[in-house]
Design a binder for this molecule. Sequence first.
Ligand code: PLP
Length: 415
Amino acid sequence: MSQPNAPALPTHAPMTQFAIAGGQLLIAGQPLERLAARISQTPFYVYDRGLLARRVAELRAALPAAVRLHYAMKANPMPALVGLMAGLVDGIDVASAGELKIALDTGAIAREISFAGPGKRDGELRQAVAAGVLVNLESCREVGILAAVSAELGVPARVALRVNPDFELKGSGMKMGGGAKQFGVDAEEAPRLLKEIGAAGLQFEGFHLFAGSQNLRAEAICEAQQQSWALARRLADHAPAPVRCLNLGGGFGIPYFPGEQRLDLAPIGANLAELAARAAAEMPQAELVIELGRYLVGEAGIYVTRIIDRKISRDRVFLVVDGGLNHHLSASGNFGQVLRKNYPVAIGNRMNAAEREIASVVGPLCTPLDLLAESMDLPAAQPGDLVVIFQSGAYGASASPQAFLGHPAVIEALV
Ligand SMILES: *Cc1c(COP(=O)(O)O)cnc(C)c1O
């Protein structure tokens, strides 16, 4: 019996994006056990094409048509998925020459690719100029290299200045702007860099501002967009050419942990509509861009791992599965989280089971960090059952230390 005035424990946002039939979770209409048989090994990640397309359509409906939507592929660089996304969005953001190759191989249009990141190597900058993509310039050093490469190749480098803003995106899971940062150039330094870009003969196209990531508060995102606009408006007076591209960043989050709710897009759509109207009047050549990673792909993917063993230790149930932090570092709580919390988890072949128990799901690695769910209320499960981790379409396989302890690599499927 619960105490009369005990506060209700926070729960996970409902994972209704996947249907259920016959007690099985359905991925693109396929029962999970059948899909596991087709893939023929666990663990695996699976991403649902229909959900990816639906997410982009929902965003397009909520945001003004004038705002261009980019996919930041570091969230999920699986080539087949990047290829699908390239056909759905207006551009791909890459953060290395390796990602650039994948984007180009999928047929993404070079003009619509932008390349950001600190510490771009000379060779990477050369490849980017040869490819004709937009380089988000992040340091003084890059000006000189881009000028030399432009002269050598006879192709002017297309650049946007990435500015480390003088504000933060409040309440973000990861802050990537404001204060002292390795990303971009400080707003105070931007006028000097803009002069250098002009003097070096680079093709200036605009600004890139990215304040933070994984934010679930629409007001905070709107405020950062307003501040980004104001900063770009000020800096445009120092620019060597009209602003054609104004990348306002992203930061749209998805609910991972108990108590978190899905982001409300309506206020963000209204805010961007207002900024688009101002841009049309005050910066008429500029296209507004937002760049999203996890928001586009995170909810469309699951990680599936099979129970190998069921152990009881001093009255606590441990479900030992065949994959863990080696494949899914973020679900284990070791990818930037301060306090470990559970992702939403299910037993994918017992979705309607009446019998439940409190259990912990642990991976096969010989470290206590290999924990996928701690003391969760789950259907009573046995070896052979399939544990599903939701919200796993972003920062999964590519963001995990797969070689750690020498287990087999994870498979990824797009269905
Ligand atoms: C990581 C990153 C993104 C994507 O962040 P999400 O939280 O996945 O949306 C977008 N832009 C830049 C510059 C990034 O570094």
